[in-house]
Design a protein around this ligand. Structure first.
Ligand code: SAM
Length: 311
């Protein structure tokens, strides 16, 4: 018997409530991962619906293709970056889309596979690529950037206050030879920060920063959101689950730009200024998981769900 713990997908019920998949619906899951959310959507849209699942991790696509085999042609797959979501959908003739889901960040499978190098507590190579054929690894950054560039990456993408101390410690450690493993890097960071205090590991923010930089996550997110809005039909819905403030800020701001702001005119009255395509916010405050949701999947602890409908 396998000891693998199967977690329920993050905010699964809330995603279904917001995206409202119905029989015959057309959906795109831009981060299909292990297919948890996708399977729930596929069950709702039935044999006349279509779901296009995208992920830039080819191992995830292969695993999920097997898991969702029973849905046959109803479920199509593409190993790609969701920043190209509009072009990918067009290639699959997936138009007039009812709903798009983006469940950002890394999956539990990626985190727990030591060889992928995402986890500071599992000995592995400094890799961190979601797309294993990508051109940039965490090792390239850790062993190749100069101290100022390292500090900038750690500060900007990790919001780490000790970025200077950590960057200097990394560069010092490099003079004794290449930094090779996740655990080795985590120890250098912990020492630079003066050891472990509290529940959060001292390397958490630096690892987040490196992962975001390696996968150019924030650029992909901006482009993916714009593309997702373009493929939605009128009334179609986009839901995004983010896991840290940098992502959530981008989602919130872009949704607001498309929802528009009322500007008063000098001559009286007001005008609504907004970016095209226009949307309606489905929730002003992000939806977060309750205690049960966090017990069912610990990743849900920092998850925030925002959604819009195209008007
Ligand atoms: C949190 S997991 C998704 C889990 C999924 N919703 C489920 O229920 O199993 C995030 C997935 O998104 C993928 N991903 C992250 N950024 C991506 C991007 N820009 N383009 C394509 N896939 C991406 C990751 O490779 C990972 O498999």
């Amino acid at each position: 018997m396998s000891n693998e713990i199967i977690h329920k997908s993050v905010l699964a019920d809330e995603v279904l409530e917001l995206l409202r998949p119905e029989a015959g619906g057309v959906f795109v899951d831009g981060t299909i991962g292990s297919g948890g959310h996708a399977e729930l959507i596929l069950e709702c849209i039935g044999s006349t619906g279509v779901l296009l699942g995208i992920d830039r991790d080819k191992e995830a696509i292969e695993r999920t293709r097997r898991r969702l085999k029973k849905f046959g042609k109803q479920c199509e797959f593409e190993t790609e970056d969701f920043s190209e979501i509009a072009e990918i959908a067009e290639r699959h003739s997936v138009t007039e889309v009812d709903g798009v889901l983006l469940d950002l960040g890394v999956s539990s499978e990626q985190l727990t596979d030591a060889h992928r190098g995402f986890s500071f507590s599992r000995e592995g190579p400094l890799d961190m690529r979601m797309n294993v054929d990508g051109d940039l690894t965490a090792s390239d950054l850790v062993n190749g950037l100069d101290v100022d560039e390292l500090r900038r990456v750690i500060r900007e993408f990790g919001e780490e206050r000790a970025s200077g101390r950590i960057a200097r410690a990394i560069v010092r450690a490099r003079s004794d030879g290449t930094i090779k493993s996740t655990v080795q890097l985590a120890e250098i960071i912990a020492k630079a920060k003066g050891g472990r205090r509290g529940k959060i590991h001292p390397a958490t923010k630096t690892f987040q920063a490196l992962r975001i930089a390696v996968n150019r996550e924030l650029d992909s997110l901006r482009r993916g959101l714009e593309g997702a809005l373009r493929i939605l039909k009128q009334g179609g819905r986009l839901g995004v689950i983010s896991f840290h403030s940098l992502e959530d800020r981008i989602v919130k701001q872009l949704f607001r730009e498309h929802a528009g702001v009322e500007e008063s005119l000098q001559e009286g009255g007001s005008v609504l200024r907004r970016k095209e395509p226009g949307v309606r916010l489905l929730n002003r405050k992000p939806i977060v998981a309750d205690e049960l949701g966090i017990r069912e999947n610990p990743r849900a602890r920092s998850a925030k769900l925002r959604a819009v409908a195209r008007i």
